[in-house]
Design a protein around this ligand. Structure first.
Ligand code: ADP
Length: 507
């Protein structure tokens, strides 16, 4: 599986819980594959290590095979064998770890949500490092993501670097500081890490509750590079509220902390080649967009009498972060203004799921509203392609990908100015921003009135000034949200860190 790399290229290994399109819950999965592809194109050797989930989309893995050798990894005072599978996903070499552990950690029919997630991913993090050690891979960069693989940073420096896996610098990306992997300190012990040594304020001890450790804090302390997914979010998390208690750790380690805006995978999300949509189109011929709009309306049983009736889309996890009450408000506001609304979303929070199920029921035969309460990647493409506007009223948003995808499909975002939305959506009426950057509608306050104002302005332009709308659509479609520039920023961070390590080694 090892691919050639440019002589100056780096060997980068991503260790993660998700990878699009085979094991994706949210943006993390998109980032792992999008960034990896872009780095590979730049001549680096990029490999990925994932759990072997029973529920991943096996059909999109090429040449999947199991290796003859198993890899042993330590857990809870014992050694467990792991089957190692290899395959290719979107041209990227991927290693899958299947633990031969009685708890069947990744054979649960779902990615997350069992009570033992902390243990499962602690096990996986350690096994991934055992795999690197045993296979004699000596990467320049090990890039871990979110709390699930935050364990890697202390495991690497406290255990593995002493066992000969010592070529790498550790990069940790936090995609959302809401999830930190905090647990009672003794829960860390099965990994083999020395709990007493780590349960200290300057190491893994949770800053908000003593007696608990926090693995995201551990990754901030122990990694060489720490990033989050947009410059604005990188600022927001330095405050107590934004950082969810990690603001002090981030301030202490601010010299290695950076905000790099995510890109999107422009091959996957491309209206001119997308096979999941009814008609392909591009910015200088939007006819296909109308065909998609007509198709989806018929498909969902919505009124098709007026093709110019604005169609508003929303694709999201229905969790408080996403401004669930504002999403609900947007639906009623759209109705009031004479538009149509399609929501594709699902919720891990039972009371939110129930609430939206009851709204879905109310509108199940309505001419202008449809709620589809599930995760459906293929259908999401059609909604991006068919909609004229796209709602993202997040309370906080580390980066957000849906605004970028929507723009690429000519669906104009109506977004709250927070986190990555603030770095990628610029209001059509904001004279402080150059006209060529204005690509949507934004609002500041997380309340219904502010959101209504932005929706009303969007509807006014759409209905009263179609030529301005067309221009806006073309501009949004032409925005560059590819990984090219973000991957260059990661490349620079990696290279500087590797160079620093080499200069230490020589001095
Ligand atoms: P987050 O990672 O917080 O969920 P992002 O905006 O970063 O939010 O990424 C969301 C990704 O998940 C996008 O690619 C979006 O299209 C996709 N997505 C979210 N909900 C659904 C759903 N119900 N069906 C299909 N795709 C979804």
């Amino acid at each position: 599986l090892t691919l050639p790399r440019d002589s100056s290229g780096l060997h980068v290994v991503h260790i993660a819980a998700e990878m699009a399109p085979i094991a994706k819950v949210g943006g993390l999965g998109d980032v792992v594959s999008g960034l990896s592809k872009a780095l590979q194109q730049k001549g680096h050797l990029v490999e990925i290590i994932l759990p072997k989930y029973d529920c991943m989309d096996h059909g999109r893995i090429r040449d999947l095979k199991v290796l003859d050798e198993t890899v042993e990894s330590y857990f809870e005072g014992k050694l467990f064998r792991n089957k190692i599978w290899v395959g290719t996903v979107e041209g990227l070499p991927v290693y899958f770890i299947e633990p031969l552990h009685p708890a069947k950690y990744f054979s649960r029919g779902k990615f997350y949500g069992d009570g033992d997630d902390f243990r499962r991913y602690m096990y996986f993090s350690r096994a991934a490092l055992e795999l690197l050690l045993e296979s004699k891979k000596r990467p320049d960069i090990i890039h871990c993501h979110d709390w699930q693989t935050a364990f890697i940073a202390p495991l690497y420096w406290d255990i593995f670097s002493n066992r000969g896996l010592n070529s790498a610098r550790i990069c940790f990306t936090c995609h959302n500081f809401e999830h930190q992997g905090a647990a009672p300190a003794h829960d860390l012990a099965p990994s083999g890490l020395d709990v007493e040594h780590l349960d200290r304020p300057d190491r893994l001890q949770d800053d908000s509750s003593h007696g608990r450790i926090n693995v995201v804090k551990g990754a901030i302390v122990y990694s060489n590079i720490v990033t989050t997914v947009s410059p604005t979010y990188a600022q927001e998390v330095r405050s107590p509220q934004g950082g969810r208690g990690l603001h002090n750790a981030l301030k202490t380690h601010s010299r290695k902390f950076f905000g790099v805006l995510n890109g999107i995978d422009t091959d996957t999300w491309n209206p001119s080649t997308d096979n999941f949509i009814e008609a392909q189109y591009c910015y200088d011929d939007l006819q296909g967009k109308l065909i998609n709009k007509d198709y989806i309306r018929k498909h969902l049983g919505l009124s098709t009498s007026d093709l110019s009736q604005p169609l508003v889309g929303c694709i999201t996890r229905l969790v408080p972060q996403k401004g669930v009450h504002l999403i609900r408000h947007a639906l009623y506001k759209t109705l009031e203004l004479g538009g149509q609304f399609i929501l594709l979303g699902s919720s891990p929070v039972p009371h939110i799921q129930h609430e939206f199920e009851s709204i879905a029921e109310t509108f199940k035969s309505h001419a202008d509203i449809r709620l589809i309460l599930k995760y459906d990647d293929v259908f999401s493409h059609l909604i991006y392609a068919a909609s004229d506007m796209f709602i993202i009223p997040s309370i906080f948003e580390p980066c957000g990908l849906t605004q970028m995808i929507a723009m690429r499909y000519g669906s104009i975002p109506i977004a709250r100015k927070t986190g990555g939305l603030n770095d990628s959506v610029f209001d059509l009426d904001d004279n402080s921003v150059p006209l060529e950057s204005r690509n949507g509608f934004t609002f500041f306050n997380a309340d219904e009135q502010s959101l209504s104002g932005a929706i009303e302005r969007a509807f006014n332009y759409y209905k009263q000034k179609p030529e301005v709308w067309q221009e806006l659509t073309r501009r949004a479609m032409n925005m560059d949200f590819s990984w090219e520039s973000s991957a260059s920023q990661y490349e620079e961070l990696y290279q500087k860190s590797v160079a620093r390590a080499r200069s230490f080694a020589q001095s």
